[in-house]
Design a protein around this ligand. Structure first.
Ligand code: ADP
Length: 176
């Protein structure tokens, strides 16, 4: 595979709510009504506008299924938009978890493509409360980034956000 796509991938360590990418991705739950982890942090930092828009989406389509994604504004966040995707619960790895996780990334990029979003930052979807092993999730994330960027012009840039040093190293292992 050419180097060009991977030059559009950045790995950073830190708090995703501080990033001024065009969109940040939320590891939401299917209710879209907020929760703990990165979901709670995004709603706290972004303010009530994000939840109000999530409630409108719920009224329209009844939440969001695992592997799918929806988009709202970013409220008071530096990012203009939040893409909410629902990752799979880890259940031993034989319940379609890798496909569902890959679908989260692809669904999020599909929204980035449709909305021509320049840059999109992802947390480690499912790797917190949902229990997906971080190493395996990092492998899925980097594989999906490569495949998507090789075939699509949008988003221009993808940022994989590691909350801790261990996650950063796991991402970097997959990126030469
Ligand atoms: P899930 O329910 O999908 O597992 P979590 O929010 O529990 O989602 O965790 C997903 C990942 O996001 C975890 O790796 C966690 O360490 C990380 N995380 C939590 N808060 C933040 C934050 N403010 N910025 C970036 N990553 C975060």
């Amino acid at each position: 595979m050419s180097d060009a796509p991977i030059s559009r991938l950045r790995i950073v360590q830190g708090d995703i709510t501080k990033l001024a990418t065009t969109a940040i991705v939320n590891a939401a739950n299917s209710s879209l009504l907020g929760g703990g982890g990165v979901d709670g942090a995004i709603h706290r930092a972004g303010g009530p506008q994000i939840l109000a828009e999530c409630q409108q989406i719920r009224a329209r389509q009844g939440g969001c299924k695992v592997g799918q994604a929806v988009i709202t504004s970013g409220g008071r966040l530096p990012a203009a938009h939040v893409i909410h995707t629902v990752g799979p619960h880890w259940n031993g790895g034989h319940k379609g978890e890798p496909d569902k996780l890959a679908s989260c990334y692809r669904s999020s990029w599909q929204l980035a493509l449709e909305n021509q979003l320049e840059s999109v930052a992802f947390p480690g979807i499912s790797t917190g409360i949902y229990g997906y092993p971080k190493a395996e999730a990092a492998a899925v994330a980097v594989r999906e980034v490569r495949q998507w960027l090789a075939a699509h012009e949008w988003p221009r840039e993808v940022v994989l956000v590691a909350f801790d040093e261990e996650s950063k190293q796991l991402y970097e292992q997959h990126v030469p």
